[in-house]
Design a protein around this ligand. Structure first.
Ligand SMILES: [Zn+2]
Length: 263
């Protein structure tokens, strides 16, 4: 029964406490300005969390870009190879034409011979040029076969690229939706933060902001006993007393955190 009555008196004390801090020891009571600042810090940490989430989207988008770029590069390389082979085919076709002209010339030479010896030489020449036509035609046909094969490969790669783009469109839409959602959460959190910051005295807020921008993490810590709540460096008694009396923030020389008195 005694325990119940102690709890009851503690609760009554809280109700009367102007800063509504759950402590019965006034020397441990947090200054209301610090209380307001901690609420601002709470929102800042939320914003940092959201910003980290937002930047984690970038590598996911990069991965999609890389996958698409790989497919596009493969297609480009295959198309370029077709272009090279087409030029080779044009050259081969020219050789066929040139060799056919040689055959015609050899044919005319053969028809205009006057001696059996000339006829023999012209016949050899004619057969030689006919073989050259055959060889160059075979080469042109082979190149053409390769081109047909390579164009089919280009077609496959075009389909593969289209497939990647199609598959990615869902992923990109999802990423975009996620980005928009996080950005709206950040905007809301900033609005809330700015409203709360109104209740923090200017000087205190700017001191906090300066350190926070450098740290981009939790900045304000309570004293833990006689030491910094973040790194345990001991804080001189005089400074601790000043913090408790005025609600001022003191920078820890160990870790650069801002410290306040009271839990
Ligand atoms: Zn520290």
């Amino acid at each position: 029964m005694e325990a119940v009555s102690i709890v009851g008196s503690a609760l009554r004390y809280h109700a009367m406490c102007p800063c509504n801090t759950p402590s019965t020891d006034t020397s441990e009571t947090m200054h209301p300005d610090v209380q307001s600042l901690l609420e601002v810090q709470h929102d800042d940490l939320e914003i940092y969390g959201l910003e980290a989430k937002l930047s984690s989207l970038a590598p996911r988008l990069d991965a999609l870009e890389k996958e698409r770029a790989r497919a596009a590069q493969e297609l480009d390389r295959a198309s370029a190879a077709v272009t090279v082979e087409e030029a080779r085919h044009r050259d081969a076709t020219h050789r066929v034409d040139a060799n056919r002209q040689l055959v015609e010339r050899s044919q005319r030479a053969y028809e205009s011979v006057t001696t059996p010896r000339e006829a023999n030489a012209a016949m050899i020449q004619l057969e030689q040029t006919k073989r050259m036509v055959d060889d160059s035609e075979r080469e042109a046909t082979q190149i053409n076969g390769r081109i047909v094969e390579m164009r089919r490969h280009v077609g496959d790669l075009q389909a593969a690229l289209a497939d990647v783009e199609h598959r990615q469109s869902d992923a990109r839409q999802a990423l975009e939706a996620e980005r928009a959602e996080i950005e709206s959460q950040i905007a809301q959190a900033r609005e809330k933060r700015d409203a709360k910051a109104q209740s923090v005295p200017r000087a205190l807020l700017s001191k906090y902001d300066k350190v926070r921008r450098r740290r981009r993490a939790e900045t304000v810590f309570p004293l833990r006993g006689p030491s910094c709540g973040a790194c345990d460096t001991a804080i001189p008694t005089q400074r601790r007393a000043a913090m408790a009396a005025t609600g001022s923030l003191e920078m820890c020389e160990g870790c650069g955190a801002l410290l306040y008195a009271g839990e």
